[in-house]
Design a protein around this ligand. Sequence first.
Ligand code: 3HC
Length: 312
Amino acid sequence: MTQVSFEASFQKKIDEEIMIEPQDYMPDEYRKTLIRQISQHAHSEIVGMLPEANWITRAPSLRRKAVLLAKVQDEGGHGLYLYSAAETLGITRDQMLHQLHTGVAKYSSIFNYPTITWADMGAIGWLVDGAAIMNQVPLCRTSYGPYARAMVRVCKEESFHQRQGFEIMLNLSKGTPVQKQMAQDALNRWWAPALMMFGPLDAVSPNTAKSMEWRIKRFTNDELRQRFIDVTVDQIRLLGLALPDENIKWNEERGHYDSSELNWDEFWNVVKGNGPCNKERLATRVKAWEDGAWVREAASAYAEKRKTKKAA
Ligand code: 3HC
C-alpha cells in the first residue's frame, strides 16, 4: 500500500466511526497532536490538584474535608489514566513530566489562579469541573480508543466533583450575607477564566480544524463554550447570585445567551506563564518530583531485584 492509500484508509476508518487503536496505522500528525493534547490534559489534572489541596486542611467541616480530599485524589487518578493513554502513542511518562517541569508543555490556564476563600472550592467544583465535563463528555467519543475509554471513567467522577462544588455554592448563597458575598466574589473571579478553559476562539485556534476532521474533537472551542454559558446562567439564577457579566442577555434570534468578549490578552499571558500562580504551581510540581526521587529509586531497585531473582 502506498502512503496515500494508508492515509485514505485511515480517514475512512475515522469517517466510519471506527476507533483508532495503538497498533493501528495513524498519520504522524495525528499521533503528534494526540500526544500533545492527552499529555497536556494529564498535566492539567495533576497541576489541578494544587489549588484545591490548599484548602484541605482548612475545610469548614470534617465532611467537607473528606469530600474535597476524595475529589483531589480523583484528579490524581485522572492524570494517571491520561498519562497511560498518552504512553500508548510512544511517549514515556518521564518525557511527559520533563516537558511539564521544564515549561515546554502546557496545562490548563485555569489552575494558575489563586484560591482565596472557601467559596473558591465551590466555584472550582461547580464551574471548572462543570466546564471540564462539557469538554470531556464529547471526548468519550474521540476517535482514539485509549483516550475515549479513559474519558468514560473520568466523566463519571467529574459529575461528583461538579455536584459537590455546586452544593458548597448553594449553602453559601443561602447562608449569611457575608457567606453569600463570598460566593458572589468567587463566581465573579472564576467565571471568565473558566470560559477560557475551552481554548481560544475557533478563528485563531491552530488545532481545532484538524482535530475536528480527525474526530478528536466533536465540537469546536466556541461551540462548547457557548453550551457551557447557556446551561450555567440558569444555575447562577438558581443560586440567587448576580450574573458575573453584565452583558449576558438571552438572544432569541441566536437561541443562546450573548456575553462579553473574553480578555484574550490575559488568556495568552497566563498560557505563556505569566499568570498569578504559574511559577508557584510549577515549582510545587518540580519539588514533588524531586522529593519523590527516592520512592522511584526504591521501587526500581526492588523491581530489578525481583527480576534477577526470577531469572536465577
Ligand atoms: N490553558 C492552556 N493552554 C491552552 C488552553 C488553556 N485553557 N486552551 C488552549 N490552550 C493551548 C493549546 O494547548 C494550544 O497550544 P499547543 O498547540 O502548544 O498545545 C493553543 O492554546 C491553541 O489552542 P487550540 O484550541 O488550538 O488547542 P486544542 O485544539 O488542543 O484545544 C483544548 C484546547 C480545548 C484545551 C483541548 O486541548 C482539549 O479539549 N483538551 C482536553 C481537555 C483538557 O485538557 N482540559 C483541561 C482541563 S482538565 C480539568 O479541568 C480537570 C478537572 O478535573 C478539573
